[in-house]
Design a protein around this ligand. Structure first.
Ligand code: 9WO
Length: 256
């Protein structure tokens, strides 16, 4: 997988690329990351990358030309065609299904806006897809771009270790996480659910699934209606007679 980021603040990616699983994936050659700064493709002495918006209004807009030259320079680095994504609150919100779809692409180029945005003509000519990471505005597209990189990289085959990918699998039902506990057994008067200390792995797995379902039903009932919550998950969760069956099916019916 090849990632590219177009940003006038490449330094924001330095620590992100130098730490944790992403650094290991880069070292293992699981992925390549190209950083391109539109400022390096300006032709004036002041290296201008923005200008005032036509029609007036506050702030500045990123110029199309430096962005276009920066994007086009990527094919000199590597000829692999790319899927160009513009990070903006105006895009559809990222979901795990979208992450898994993006992970099938050979190359993703992430365009990070700044100021009031980028010239619409750059978006019209070069952007394949707009993506939001949530209904809020941050100061630039860089942090949203890192969210996309991290989510997509985690879903690449071979990226997570065996135990972690098993962990991810166990949560592929699109449910919220069950509560987690670790030592000590008593923390400021609060104890650990005794079943977790019993060593009965099958009962513990059932308990964790029930907890995840209860948490999802109460905090994010909308997740029960999403495509990710496939029939397989539903049948696994609502085996006839299981306590989950009644509650889960009743909740889904109420939501429809
Ligand atoms: C800013 C904005 C403000 C109100 C309503 C919609 C808006 N869109 C943008 C926008 O696209 N801004 C550009 C990128 C340029 C300014 C900084 N940028 C940005 C991207 N701020 N917040 C995001 C973002 C991207 C993805 N998911 C959430 C927020």
């Amino acid at each position: 997988m090849i990632f590219d980021a177009l940003t006038i603040f490449p330094g924001l990616f330095t620590a992100f690329l130098a730490e944790s699983l992403l650094a290991k994936a880069l070292a293992k050659g699981l992925l390549t990351f190209n950083l391109v700064n539109p400022r390096d493709f300006t032709k004036d002495k002041r290296q201008t990358v923005d200008d005032r918006p036509y029609g007036g209004g506050p702030g500045m807009v990123l110029l199309a030309e430096p962005l276009a030259l920066a994007l086009e320079s990527l094919s000199q680095i590597d000829p692999t065609p790319s899927h160009v994504i513009y990070l903006t609150p105006s895009g559809p919100t990222l979901t795990q299904a979208k992450v898994q779809e993006l992970a099938t692409k050979p190359r993703l180029t992430l365009v990070c806006g700044r100021y009031e945005g980028v010239d619409q003509r750059f978006v019209d000519l070069f952007v394949n897809e707009e993506i939001s990471i949530g209904d809020y505005v941050v100061s630039g597209g860089e942090v949203p771009a890192m969210v996309v990189v991290e989510a997509v990289t985690r879903s690449l085959p071979g990226f997570l270790g065996q135990s972690e990918s098993l962990r991810e699998e166990s949560h592929s039902y699109g449910l919220l996480e069950h509560p987690h506990y670790t030592r000590p057994k008593t923390f400021r008067g609060l104890t650990v659910p005794s079943l977790l200390l019993s060593g009965h792995h099958a009962q513990i797995a059932a308990y964790r699934l029930a907890e995840a379902m209860a948490k999802t039903r109460s905090l994010r009932p909308d997740l029960l209606l999403r495509p990710e919550f496939e029939a397989t998950a539903l049948s696994a969760l609502t085996r006839p007679g299981s306590p989950l069956a009644t509650k889960t099916l009743k909740k889904r019916k109420a939501l429809k």
